[in-house]
Design a protein around this ligand. Sequence first.
Ligand code: SF4
Ligand code: SF4
Length: 94
Amino acid sequence: MAVLITDTCINCGACIDECPVEAIVDDEDNPTGEEIYYVYPDKCVECVGYHDEPACATACPTEGCIVWDVCAEGATCRDDISEEARTEHQPVVE
Ligand code: SF4
Ligand code: SF4
């Protein structure tokens, strides 16, 4: 997995163009059917190799909207984020 957009998303669109790997889709293309933006966990690389922090979360105006999710085996994930932060879905930026 990767970062996760939660239901506090206000569909403002600030994150989508910031993603270097086009892992984000808008509410209309959200495969879960929820009316919020969505991060494809198999595409998101947590901005490793692109930015010091996840660019989507930096751009997001909604506090605590984008959170850490567990890192799947084989996925590119930040190694400085604790398992606790991931399993508790702690905010990427407060
Ligand atoms: S963390 Fe980076 S790679 Fe992942 S969705 Fe956000 S901007 Fe895209
Ligand atoms: S920047 Fe935040 S609030 Fe705006 S669409 Fe992206 S996740 Fe939703």
